[in-house]
Design a binder for this molecule. Structure first.
Ligand code: KG4
Ligand code: ZN
Length: 343
């Protein structure tokens, strides 16, 4: 069966055609992502009104391109899957109303997908034989969460950010350093060749055995450092690669320690990383090294499947459809977007 995924929860208009074989193995036929980074770059973050307008312009061409690249027509699609939430409401509505209109006109099934479930299941697009249970570290612009994943559709939240998400902290730090948006890749690039130990950025563990995160402190530390008023910080000798590397490491170190702590606590031998921040090389390498030391398998998808995409929505949509006994969401034309949708 062919599934068309549609994703417009933030600043990427995305559509993908994915084929499912034997109920488990996915083949990505096309994965089109129209990014709006250049529009939001000068504002240092996503401007919802601009994102929404660009989604309206992009959605049809992006879907057409996904179909063309896959070499199929819209009539070949057996299931439509669309992000229902969480995300920017004005942005979600563009994808959702488009998907509803197409599915309604073609009398085809449609399922609404939780964006977070899409991220967590994105690994199955590349590793169909992955077995449960595993700990998922979901690190994106809006979320930093740890889940115990027991099966498709069975997610138990173990920890979450109490303030900024990891990606959000990177984005805000990059804004302070005037490195543009999105901040994560900009900080990663600026960190090249830097000494991550030269500036003592704080690590927030909250409590000894807490699986929650807090990244507002490290962000404030950077602000103080740049203002040069808190000893031992002094910007008189500021060297950008050291600042970026130190900031990056303060976040990466906490993410790694908490993910492994969760795996140990729940006696799980596999950790999966997902979300935009999971494309960070320092995090990927650090997770792998720690995994090989501790005998825990670590998996993460390729960078293009870590950041927002519609292939992951098609994948999660299929599993939702299967869990519903291969029936679509009932009365899907009444389905609404949910800005704060929970997993
Ligand atoms: O998953 P995603 O594309 O969108 C959300 O669902 O939020 O994640 C976007 C976030 C942004 O905050 C971006 O700065 C961060 O992921 N990000 C990175 C990297 N690439 C993207 N953070 C650190 N290092 C990267 N290489
Ligand atoms: Zn995302």
């Amino acid at each position: 069966m062919l599934i068309l995924g549609i994703e417009t929860s933030c600043d990427e208009t995305a559509a993908a055609v994915v084929e499912i074989n034997n109920g488990r193995t996915f083949q990505i036929k096309s994965n089109i992502i129209a990014s709006q980074h250049e529009i939001h770059n000068k504002y240092g973050g996503v401007v919802p009104e601009l994102a929404c307008r660009r989604h309206v312009e992009n959605i049809s061409p992006v879907i057409m391109e996904a179909l063309n690249k896959a070499g199929v027509t819209i009539n070949d699609i057996g299931l439509f899957a669309v992000t229902k939430g969480p995300g920017l409401i004005v942005a979600l509505l563009i994808g959702l109303s488009t998907a509803k209109a197409i599915a309604y006109a073609l009398k085809k099934p449609l399922v609404g997908v939780n964006h977070l479930e899409g991220h967590i299941l994105s690994i199955f697009l590349e590793k169909s034989d992955l077995s449960f249970p595993f700990v998922a570290l979901l690190v994106s612009g809006g979320h930093t969460e740890l889940y115990l994943v027991e099966d498709f559709g069975k997610y138990r939240i173990l920890g979450m950010s109490r303030d900024d998400a990891a990606g959000e902290a990177f984005d805000k730090a990059a804004k302070m350093l005037k490195l543009g948006y999105p901040g994560g890749p900009a900080i990663e690039k600026a960190a090249a060749g830097g000494n991550s130990r030269s500036i003592p950025f704080p690590r927030a563990y909250i409590a000894k055995d807490s699986l929650d995160f807090s990244f507002s402190g490290v962000k404030t530390a950077l602000k103080n450092y740049l203002n040069g008023f808190t000893p031992p910080y002094s910007t008189s000798t500021m060297y950008l690669p050291d600042v970026a590397a130190g900031f990056q490491e303060a976040i990466v170190e906490v993410l790694i320690n908490k993910a492994f702590f969760a795996a140990k606590r729940y006696n799980v031998k596999t950790i999966v990383m997902a979300g935009g921040v999971a494309s960070n090389k320092a995090l990927r390498t650090g997770m792998q090294e720690r995994g090989s030391r501790e005998g825990i398998a670590v998996f993460y998808p390729g960078p293009i499947l870590c950041t927002d995409n519609a292939a992951m929505i098609a994948c999660a949509g299929y599993h939702r459809f299967a869990a519903q006994g291969f029936s679509p969401d009932t009365n899907f034309y009444e389905m609404d977007a949910e800005a704060n949708m929970k997993l």
